[in-house]
Design a protein around this ligand. Structure first.
Ligand SMILES: C[S@@+](CC[C@H](N)C(=O)[O-])C[C@H]1O[C@@H](n2cnc3c(N)ncnc32)[C@H](O)[C@@H]1O
Length: 257
């Protein structure tokens, strides 16, 4: 992280858990996946963690915005591609679209075109993974605040604002704001550091689209809950049909090739 954290540093510190996600993705795959495709990659934090953590692993990070992707350039075994995800390339064992990124695609035809492309890139036994959130809380406007400390001692407040939500169209508008207070300095505010215009796909909508795109099996897993085995390995939890979901839920939807 630079001496003055920029909006991408703050995003990564406040909203991402790439090391844990690498362990989740490998456990959900169930074999020994080596090649990751991180679609809608932003700053490619997941790909950077993948090449650090997976022995012999490689990653392809794809985003249509070159600005965040620039922070992942020049890293061994990590290829950065500026492209629309619907024309992403490169064979992978796992393709991940994290932080609700499939919601960037608003029309079903766009979603299907993307999922078909993703499936075509997967090796035998490969998985596509996307997270979704929902529940009654997803349709309420308002702001959630969280505070944390950065390694340099700065205090950061990150505010997640649900600015607009329309259940009938499935569209939401969200924004992330940061306030950073370095030690012995005045607070710096980054309002609207990131803004999102999303279509909140529901689990059955995404599962149907996965099957239509040719995935043979679909699964749902908890996005955050997990157990640890005797050796400290992450065991993600399956979310089975019929089990209850909270007012605010977050799931990984998985398609197997
Ligand atoms: C919500 S951010 C997710 C960033 C990162 N994956 C994460 O886990 O935090 C969505 C990213 O998708 C990118 N994006 C949106 N639509 C895209 C498209 N059609 N093709 C490629 N990238 C796209 C945006 O530039 C943005 O970086």
């Amino acid at each position: 992280m630079a001496s003055t954290p920029d909006r991408h540093d703050l995003y990564e510190a406040c909203t991402q858990t790439p090391e844990r996600d690498v362990a989740f993705l490998r456990a959900i795959h169930g074999g020994a996946p080596r090649r990751l495709g991180e679609d809608f990659a932003g700053g490619a934090a997941l790909s950077r963690a993948w090449v650090r953590r997976v022995r012999g692993g490689s990653a392809i990070a794809t985003d249509h915005d070159p600005e965040p992707l620039a922070r992942a350039r020049g890293i061994a075994r990590l290829a950065c591609r500026v492209a629309d995800v619907r024309s992403a390339a490169g064979r992978c064992d796992v393709i991940a679209a994290c932080n609700f990124s499939v919601c960037e695609l608003h029309e079903r035809a766009q979603l299907l075109a993307y999922l078909r492309r993703a499936r075509a890139r997967l090796t035998r036994g490969g998985i596509f993974v996307a997270d979704l959130y929902g529940g009654a809380a997803a349709w309420r406007t308002g702001t959630l605040r969280e505070r944390r400390r950065l390694p340099d001692g700065s205090r950061v407040e990150h505010a997640w604002e649900q600015r607009a939500a329309d259940l009938l169209s499935g569209r939401v508008e969200n924004a992330l704001h940061f306030t950073v207070t370095p030690p012995r300095a005045r607070p710096r505010r980054l309002r609207d550091a990131f803004r999102y215009d999303w279509r909140l796909w529901s689990p059955p909508e995404l599962q149907e689209a996965l099957r239509e795109a040719g995935f043979t099996a679909t699964e749902t897993w908890s996005r955050f809950e997990h157990a640890l085995d005797m050796r400290g390995r992450v065991l993600p939890l399956r979310h089975r049909r019929g089990s209850e979901l909270a007012d605010e839920w977050c799931l990984f939807l998985v398609g197997r090739r």
